[in-house]
Write a protein that binds this ligand. Structure first.
Ligand SMILES: *Cc1c(COP(=O)(O)O)cnc(C)c1O
Length: 376
């Protein structure tokens, strides 16, 4: 018998037995932990942990999906033509430079798979969207973590972290989980100082609820340069998280690359119909945006009045800081859970909770409950 190298690492149950083996870097990963959606003993808890829009989707979306009926027996349009054209019309973009995905998460995955691998570096913020790190890990690239500045991405910190091995820079703007944003001048400065062979990905998952006058998602940079793109989603302000639809606008060469690895029919029939109806109903989006901005202000003011730290947010959630001891974030999380309100605890920010803006009654209830929790 020919001697064979055996996997004697501690990941193998029985080193003498051969078995399919994944990449080492995959075995080192832990699965993604989504926002919790259930509480023991509470029949139907209110989930304020995943930044879904409890304002809900446009009624036209429901109609469009209902109208599909038995059309589901056919494959969806592999090119998502109507959807891309509808997005292009609303945003004044070139439809040929748009790609759609099953959530923008799939597009972030396609980008990372296409542009980074073992030996490459991928830069993102310390308190940024968890998917960047996960994607870098999946492809065996090295994640380079840059501390935030004033809760947003630190432009100078990112620029200092760039090396010859840097392939991608991910910036969620506004930032999840902090809600903070990088202003347009700074966004442009970041891009202007990156090497031409580094792709800057501006993740605008919350662009639809950003109201700051000096905020821009960055479409205009895409039209001018070959190394910057934006990603967007229908999961947040459009209220279509379950439909799984996102899109990106990028330079032709990048979109061409992503289309090579995109699986055929990636966005299903229902997702395409729902997102097309949603983007055509900009009145509904504006209503959701106004509702969110109003409650974001109310929640921020209300919690600050109770003496808590609240980070200024441009998103449909707020990041709330709690003191150590009796009134800690951990205790508040448990207090709210027991009363049927699930918020997001963050392993990397143990003294904070991220609370999504809910329906009016939910928001009011959370304010009242936290006041009670603090004994005020
Ligand atoms: C929610 C979110 C996304 C989008 O996720 P989908 O896959 O489109 O549902 C992307 N980036 C950030 C920062 C997010 O918070």
């Amino acid at each position: 018998m020919v001697a064979r190298e055996t996997n004697s690492g501690d990941r193998s149950h029985d080193a003498s037995k051969a078995a399919p083996k994944a990449h080492d870097w995959i075995l080192d990963m832990a699965p993604y932990v989504p926002g919790r959606s259930a509480v023991k003993g509470v029949a139907s808890p209110v989930k304020l942990s995943s930044n879904e829009s409890l304002f809900g989707p446009s009624p036209k979306v429901i109609k469009a999906v209902d109208a599909l009926g038995d059309k589901v027996l056919k494959y969806s349009d592999p090119a998502a033509k109507d959807l891309r054209q509808s997005i292009a019309d609303v945003h004044g973009l070139d439809a040929d430079k748009i790609i759609c995905g099953t959530g923008s998460g799939e597009i972030l995955s396609m980008i990372t798979h296409s542009y980074a691998g073992p030996g490459d570096e991928v830069i993102y913020s310390e308190h940024g969207f968890a998917l960047y790190e996960i994607q870098a890990n999946i492809v065996g690239a090295t994640g380079v973590v840059v501390p935030n500045k004033d809760w947003a991405a630190d432009v100078d910190g990112i620029l200092e972290a760039v090396t010859e091995d840097t392939k991608l820079v991910f910036v969620d703007n506004p930032n999840n989980p902090t809600g903070a944003y990088v202003c347009w001048e700074e966004t442009k400065r970041l891009h202007a100082n990156l090497p031409e062979d580094v792709l800057l990905v501006l993740d605008g998952a919350y662009a639809e609820c950003a109201t700051a006058e000096d905020y821009r998602a960055g479409e205009s940079l895409v039209d001018l340069y070959d190394n910057v793109m934006i990603t967007r989603t229908f999961s947040k302000m459009y209220g279509l998280a379950g439909a799984r639809v996102g899109w990106a606008y990028g330079p032709s060469a990048v979109i061409d690359v992503l289309n090579r690895i995109r699986l055929p029919f990636n966005v299903g029939l229902h997702g395409q119909a729902a997102a097309t109806a949603a983007v055509k109903d900009q009145d509904h989006l504006q209503a959701a945006r106004a509702f969110t901005a109003t409650w974001r202000d109310n929640m921020t003011d209300g919690l600050r009045d109770l003496g808590l730290e609240v980070v200024d947010s441009q998103c449909n959630f707020i990041l709330v800081g709690f003191p150590q001891g009796e009134h800690s974030a951990k205790s508040c999380y448990a207090f709210l859970s027991e009363r049927g309100y699930i918020v997001r605890a963050l392993p990397s920010l143990p003294d904070y909770l991220r609370i999504s803006i809910g329906a009016a009654g939910h928001n009011q209830a959370v304010l009242t409950l936290i006041k009670e929790f603090l004994g005020k």
